[in-house]
Design a protein around this ligand. Structure first.
Ligand code: MRU
Length: 366
């Protein structure tokens, strides 16, 4: 995707180092960070310099490649896996990418591991882009069908958090069909949930859409239900950090409430996902997916740009009031109209997921 006319990905390679857009600084500053060690890659994930399930996976893969420069032993592979896996608990793409790396590296002689690690990390990044282009094609049909029913009118899509190109390597998941529809000349407008507490919608999704020229409006998180009641949302498309074998969807906190409102108002609620986000080892999302709890300061404080251009963080909660910060919630499969994948739009259930991705089931069983 483009930033001021120049094509960027969220992460890319510069020789043996990895470069990534520092997402903590957006939308006010565009800064590229250089990752030179496995520890730096782990910190980048933990402190959300990079975030979004697919990008977390790609960054971890480069983290493993960086680890292999320093030490190519079996113990180093295990150590790097452990360090990277401990960074964030919810997005399954992290575990998936590390397992992919481990499977490639373990059988090799240590001397071959560094080159192989970079090659597999590059492939993981590249595969993500191809998968997201597939998601774009799968989801385009949904938007086209709505556009056909309301000629010359705008298709209004509601999205939550940032499941855009910044959350992946390129294109995004939830945004991929939107970008494709826009590029094909369909009139599309996006309602962007601000997504408290970290505001990934307001700061990242709005920034991305703006740079690509997609019409959008940022709304407070609680606005979606009202808009749906008044026919102002044609469909919702969100991303996900983990989809269970039964089709339950874990995503940024607040997604479940949007799904409830969509259900009540008969607004189609779609979830876009790349296949590495499916966890065939887990059936029940509500009881089995670990939900990350983050620092209270994300709730108690807000960061923004002052009128004179300074970036400042201010407290918005009374001193002494405790705050809780659950980062994700689970939307049960029954509230999901469909799963937009690189292999088509699927029903959110075990049979559909298993039929579309049989190789992932057998990998999970190993
Ligand atoms: O905490 P974050 O910013 O990593 O959470 C990101 C999300 O919840 C995204 O919607 C999800 O990862 C899907 S990314 C394509």
């Amino acid at each position: 995707m483009k930033v001021d006319g120049k094509h960027f990905r969220s992460i890319w390679r510069d020789g043996w180092t990895a470069l990534a857009i520092d997402q903590r600084r957006l939308p006010h500053e565009f800064i590229v960070a250089r990752l030179t060690t496995c520890a730096e890659a782990a910190e980048a994930i933990r402190f959300m310099l990079v975030r979004g399930a697919p990008l977390i996976g790609a960054t971890a893969a480069y983290g493993m490649a960086l680890a292999m420069r320093d030490d190519k032993s079996d113990a180093a592979i295990d150590r790097a896996c452990e360090t990277l896996l401990a960074t964030r608990p919810t997005a399954i793409n992290l575990k998936w990418a590390l397992e992919e790396m481990r499977q490639v590296l373990r059988p090799l002689a240590p001397s071959a591991r560094s080159d192989a690690a970079y090659a597999r990390a590059d492939d993981i990044a590249e595969e993500d882009v191809v998968i997201n282009q597939g998601i774009a094609r799968s989801g385009l049909g949904l938007i086209e069908a709505i556009a056909a029913k309301k000629p010359d009118q705008t298709v209004n899509v509601l999205t939550h958090c940032n499941a855009g190109w910044l959350a992946t390597v390129d294109w995004g998941t939830a945004t991929a069909p939107i970008y494709l529809a826009h590029d094909r000349g369909i009139k599309v407008h996006v309602w962007v949930d601000e997504t408290r507490p970290r505001n990934q919608g307001a700061s990242l999704t709005a920034w991305e859409l703006g740079h690509h020229g997609v019409p959008h409006t940022v709304i407070a998180d609680n606005t979606g239900g009202h808009l749906m009641q008044h026919g102002k949302v044609d469909l919702a498309i969100v991303g996900t950090d983990r989809v269970t074998a039964n089709g339950d969807v874990c995503n940024k906190i607040g997604t479940y409430l949007k799904a409830l409102a969509a259900h009540d108002n008969e607004v189609p609620f779609y979830v876009a996902l790349p296949s590495p986000t499916i966890d065939f080892n887990v059936a029940d999302g509500i009881t089995q997916i670990p939900i990350e709890q983050r620092g209270a300061e994300e709730v108690t404080h807000m960061t923004g740009r002052t009128a004179d251009g300074r970036i400042e963080t201010v407290r918005i909660v009374p001193e002494g009031s405790p705050a809780a910060n659950y980062a994700f919630d689970v939307t049960p499969a029954r509230l999901v109209t469909g799963l937009i994948t690189e292999r088509g739009v699927l029903k959110a259930n075990r049979a559909a997921l298993a039929a579309a991705f049989p190789e992932r089931i057998s990998a999970a069983a190993e």
